[in-house]
Ligand binder design. Structure first.
Ligand code: SAH
Length: 243
């Protein structure tokens, strides 16, 4: 099959890596799974070796969808020819385990989409570009803070380009997001707007983005840069700024 660069089609081909990832996804008998960008189903086939309730495959490319329909026969599979950036994950189940070797050009958007639907996503295991993975784990970036507000982030492993066909120009990383026990309840659009503003012009002092009195009242030095803030401080600022 001809692979489409514009759709980030870099297939994972290393057998031991595929089985290792399936093991890390660790499907359980009663779980509903969602795979984003299954491509030709290399990872799907490894995951199908485990017991679970059902698996939804979300794939944008109709050619891949046809391939999957012809080659993967398992009554637990449901295929959706849709765009993961706009898909309503919650329409599938209120309790999903999501995974995928993501198309790297839109990986951040898919991560963002996941957070917007975190109420239905208990856990996510994503392969993405290494720098993106490292930044999500450590920050500073609005998206990293957005993710870490709702999930514990584990960096599971790095993968060199040679495990993929065709090999991408970048290294890859596998991350696990595990939803927190009591994630905060908030208006997500509003929180995103706050974070994108807070993390814009990262070199500028906090006082250029938020009222100085607010910072002082919370015992946060107005001259600090955003990277100095702990997650708890960001949340405290958000909750106080809102009122
Ligand atoms: N998981 C497969 C393929 C990964 S490549 C493997 O490991 O071998 C990324 C896959 O995501 C491709 O199949 C591509 O067609 C699909 N894709 C690209 N953009 C997408 C989007 N917006 N929504 C859903 N799937 C997408």
């Amino acid at each position: 099959m001809r692979l489409k660069k514009a759709l980030g089609q870099h297939l994972l081909v290393a057998k031991d890596v595929l089985s290792k990832i399936a093991q890390l996804i660790d499907p359980k008998e009663d779980e509903v799974l969602l795979e984003i960008g299954p491509g030709t189903g290399n990872l799907t086939k490894e995951v199908l070796k485990y017991p679970f309730k059902e698996i939804h495959l979300l794939e944008l490319d109709p050619q891949m969808v046809n391939f999957l329909m012809e080659n993967l026969k398992d009554p637990r599979i449901r295929i959706h020819n849709e765009d993961a950036r706009y898909f309503d994950f919650c329409s599938l189940s209120p309790d999903l385990k999501v995974f995928g070797n993501l198309p790297y050009n839109v990986a951040s958007l898919i991560v963002e989409r996941t957070i917007f639907q975190h109420r239905c996503v208990r856990e996510a295991v994503y392969m993405l570009q290494k720098e993106v993975g490292e930044k999500l784990k450590k920050g500073p970036s609005w998206l990293s803070t957005f993710v870490r507000t709702f999930y514990h982030v584990d960096y599971l492993m790095s993968l060199p380009a040679r495990f993929f066909r065709p090999p991408p120009k970048v290294q890859s990383a596998l991350l696990r997001f595990t939803r927190k026990e009591n994630p905060p309840q908030m208006d997500l659009e509003n929180y995103k707007a706050f974070l994108t503003k807070l993390y814009s012009s990262k070199r500028k002092a906090l006082k250029s983005k938020l009222p100085e009195e607010l910072l002082i009242s919370l015992n946060i030095d107005p001259m600090l840069r955003v990277e100095a803030l702990k997650l708890e401080e960001v949340l405290l600022l958000y909750n106080t700024w809102q009122k």
